[in-house]
Ligand binder design. Structure first.
Ligand code: PMP
Ligand code: GLN
Length: 397
């Protein structure tokens, strides 16, 4: 029997909230994907592949489920996966991490990054972000009570501007977040730039949060391009949380599994927060990933795989009035729209999705003040036929 209500139904009222993120709405990725579905547009907006992962990876996860590996794993992640990650970091980057005390498996890079920030940022601490930057960083810092210090990447090239970074450092700076290969611009930090950052941070107590989710997507090795992980630079590694995502590496963005590598003292604090915000991450997926990682070929072949897509997409775009920006890594291609339209970025993306049938992301979404430089981002992690269909439509512009 339900309890008799003593108050009239009309008096029922949800208490008012003071928003913790008053300026935040639904993420642009969700908004543009919904619009793309509604308008039946080719979705080159949100960054995710439209092709499936290697069936061997699905088999490895299925096998783990069938072997009954379905209960809580250890809090930091299953040891075989942590060992596989530590071995990869040592082989590729010469970074030596102890799998027991320095690697933690996370629910994607998103949970890794917010957990790092909650673990290290106290109210009033400053955190430097280099804009444009991934859209979760700023709200994460605000949730921790930190102060966001926005430093622009160099307009046009999106390269780090060390004079500006130096000028932004203060006694209150707790951390700086970097991201290479870079979302949205596809810029890749050079070794010289990593060394410059190392020098600048050397006299400070500033922590480094290095978002390396596109680590295996760096193109043009023939021109000397490669990923320079913070793990490769001892004086950066000593102060760094290195973050990556299996979602990007293995074409399984929906699985939401990633990792953080950091010195033991940093990992200890990280895990204090991790254990109370997610506690543990999907067990059979972790075992499946560990088995799949035994062969390095899938991630070592990503540069060739994605650079072929980049080149296909760029050669098609060359027939449009978009001005192509460089794409050195990641799976994104940015274009300048100023010859094509008088609209601002966000209006243009709405129009392009609705009228031309191709979804893109405005770069303004990656700036705290919505800065509009007439540039939009396309994702080329798509089947060739999808890219060709988008190019046919874009050729109308
Ligand atoms: N950082 C960057 C730069 C990204 O592009 C993404 C992808 N959405 C993430 C973090 C989050 O990764 P995940 O899907 O593993 O949470
Ligand atoms: N990282 C992806 C992108 O930049 C999207 C992830 C998300 O939807 N939050 O498009």
């Amino acid at each position: 029997m339900p309890h008799p209500h003593t108050l009239a139904a009309s008096a029922a009222r949800t208490p008012e909230l003071k928003s913790k993120l008053p300026r935040v709405g639904t993420t642009i990725f969700t908004v543009m994907s919904a619009l793309a579905t509604e308008k039946n547009a080719v979705n080159l907006g949100q960054g995710f592949p439209d092709f499936d992962c290697d069936p061997k990876l699905v088999d490895a996860v299925t096998d783990a489920m069938q072997r009954g590996l379905n209960q809580y794993p250890p809090m930091a992640g299953v040891p075989v996966l942590r060992e596989a990650v530590a071995a990869k970091l040592a082989t590729l980057y010469g970074g030596h991490y102890d799998a027991g005390s320095e690697i933690t498996i996370t629910a994607g890079a998103t949970q890794a990054i917010i957990t790092i920030i909650l673990a290290v940022v106290h109210p009033g601490d400053e955190v430097i972000v280099l804009e444009p930057c991934y859209d979760s960083y700023v709200p994460n810092i605000e949730l921790a009570g930190g102060t966001v210090v926005r430093v622009p990447l160099t307009p046009g090239t999106f390269r780090p501007d060390f004079e500006k970074i130096k000028a932004a450092l203060s006694p209150k700076t707790r951390a700086i977040i970097i991201n290479s290969p870079h979302n949205p611009s596809g810029m890749v930090w050079t070794q010289a730039e990593m060394l410059q950052l190392q020098d600048i941070l050397a006299p400070t107590e500033v922590l480094l949060i290095s978002d390396e989710v596109y680590e295996h997507m760096v193109f043009d090795a023939d021109k000397g391009q490669r990923h320079h992980s913070a793990a490769s630079f001892p004086a950066l590694a000593a102060r760094a949380f290195v973050v990556s995502s299996f979602g990007k590496t293995y074409h399984v963005t929906g699985w939401k599994v990633g990792y953080v590598a950091a010195p033991a003292a940093l990992t200890t604090e990280f895990r204090k927060v991790h254990q109370f915000n997610v506690f543990t991450v999907n067990t059979p997926v972790q075992y499946g990933l560990a088995a799949f990682m035994a062969d390095a070929t899938p991630y070592l072949s990503l540069p060739a795989f994605f650079s072929a897509k980049r080149d296909l997409f760029r050669s098609g775009l060359a027939n449009t009035r978009f001005k192509l920006l460089p794409s050195e890594g990641s799976y994104f291609q940015c274009v300048d729209i100023s010859e094509v339209t008088d609209l601002g970025e966000a209006d243009f993306c709405q129009w392009l999705t609705t009228e031309i049938g191709v979804a893109a992301i405005p770069l303004s979404a990656f700036y705290g003040d919505g800065f509009d430089q007439r540039v939009v981002r396309f994702c080329f992690a798509k089947k060739d036929e999808t890219l060709n269909m988008a190019l046919e439509r874009l050729a109308r512009l």
